[in-house]
Each structure stands twice: as C-alpha cells, then as structure tokens.
Design a protein around this ligand. Structure first.
Ligand code: ATP
Length: 239
C-alpha cells in the first residue's frame, strides 16, 4: 500500500520551474535514492516534501493525509524529517542542545538522546561541544541525529556525504545502516552512484526538474542511470 506519494509536484524559484510535474509513490520501509546532476532539482524537491518550499502545483500525501498545505513543523509532528543539504545546525549551541531542541518538536517514539548516541557513538564525547566546532563528519552525525530525535517515519537525507572525507562518509553510512534495515522510509539524495545503488531499493534520476528514469535498483544498469543523468536516456524511459 502506498505510504507516501508526490503527485504532479511543481516548485518554482521565481520564474524558474525547479521541479516539474514530479510524481513518486513509496511503500513504507522503502529506500529511494534520488540522483541527478547539480541543479537538477533534487534539493528543491526534498524541501518541497519537507514543507520548506511551497509548491506551485501538485500534492503530497503522507500516510493517507494530504500534507501539501501544512507548514514544515506540522509535517515534522506527523513524522516527516529533513536532514538538509549543508546540515544547517545551530552552530552556537551544543550538540546536546541541537538534539534536545529537535526532540521537543517531534513525535514520541524509540529515538531519544540515548538511542541517537548509540547510533552515533562519535557524538558521545562531543555532547557539550558547540556544533560549530565539530568536524564535518561529526556535524553530519548531529544533523542526522537531530532528525532522528523527531522520530521520523519518512526521513529525507539531502547529500549527507557532501564535503566529508571518505572515512567520515563510511562512518555516517555505517550508522545509517541500522536505520535503513529498520523499516524507516527514506529518500536520499546521493551523488555517489555506487553507494546509491548499494543502499537503495529504488532509484529515481532527475534532469532539469523532472524524473527521467525510475526503477528498482536491481533492475537499472549503471549505464542507463548515467545516460539519464546526462540527458542521453530514451524519451519516457521507465524501468
Ligand atoms: P545541487 O546538487 O547542486 O544541490 P539540485 O539537484 O539539488 O542541485 P536544486 O538545488 O534544487 O538542484 O536547484 C534546482 C534549480 O533551482 C537550479 O537551476 C538552481 O539554480 C535553482 N535554484 C535553487 N535554489 C534557488 C534559489 N534559492 N533561488 C533561485 N534559484 C534557485
């Protein structure tokens, strides 16, 4: 049964149509990787789903409820959480404060400070450190932990690898592993195609605001995805 869907979504930046007629449907527990070149519209789509960017047309249905008109904080309360590109932590606050503030605004559930620290043990010695003083990997762990504190049912991860060392990326994905196998529905924007193919059940490729290729990760060849990425796909291709 469809748990989450986006139907004919359009998002604009002024006159620019950054997301054009995007439709997606996901079952609970599915992991969808959103890939595409810089400027393809991935971040705008994620922000539209999270309520951080008001759509121009189309709708978003989450667990049977049309959430298109709801502000971001109400979507968080329902269980939609975004880990934004660039992390956007409260850099002057401590790690613990960043986590606790989020916890106060989310749903009740299994995720609390202890559970987040178990998933991201690298944060334990940093709880009292200012978020702005952390390494990139630690900041990313805090940003994901902050989203988890709201007990999301749909987690939106926008380029969690961006700007991190390969070691820090491995560490973040290792921590995400339990979450990914634990039934949380996830959409992740990931530039590393190998990683996207390794963790996602489904792949959707965006080009100039539209989804140009979508299908089960196991059914899509790397070449087909790369072609779609660069706009070399056959028109209307769907796996
Ligand atoms: P990236 O990987 O670089 O983040 P993306 O696929 O996430 O790219 P978006 O950031 O959603 O793409 O951008 C989609 C289009 O919207 C691009 O043409 C971009 O220049 C434009 N855009 C994004 N944010 C704004 C903004 N705040 N104001 C105006 N145009 C914007």
């Amino acid at each position: 049964m469809t748990f989450f869907s986006v139907n004919g979504l359009e998002c604009r930046h002024g006159l620019l149509a950054a997301v054009r007629g995007v439709s997606l449907a996901m079952n609970e527990g599915e992991i969808l990787a959103l890939v595409g070149a810089n400027g393809a519209g991935k971040t705008t789509l994620m922000r539209g789903i999270a309520g951080a960017h008001k759509p121009h047309a189309g709708n978003i249905v989450f667990d049977g409820k049309d959430v298109t008109g709801l502000p971001a904080h109400k979507r968080v309360a329902l269980g939609i959480a975004l880990v934004p590109e660039g992390r956007r932590l409260f850099t002057g606050m401590t790690v613990e404060e960043n986590l606790r503030v989020a916890g106060a605004h989310g749903r009740k559930g299994k995720w609390n400070l202890e559970a987040v620290l178990e998933a991201f043990p690298q944060l334990k010695p940093k709880l009292k450190a200012k978020a702005g003083d952390l390494s990139g990997g630690q900041q990313q762990a805090t940003a994901i932990g902050r989203a988890l504190m709201t007990n999301p049912r749909l987690l939106l991860l926008d380029e969690v690898s961006l700007g991190l060392s390969p070691l820090a990326v491995d560490q973040v994905y290792e921590s995400l592993h339990g979450l990914m196998s634990g039934g949380t529905t996830i959409i992740l924007v990931e530039q590393d195609l190998s990683r996207a193919l390794a963790v996602a059940h489904r792949i959707a490729c965006m080009l100039e605001g539209a989804i140009v290729l979508e299908g089960a990760a196991a059914s899509l060849s790397r070449d087909a995805i790369t072609d779609a990425y660069f706009g070399l796909h056959r028109a209307g291709a769907k796996a």
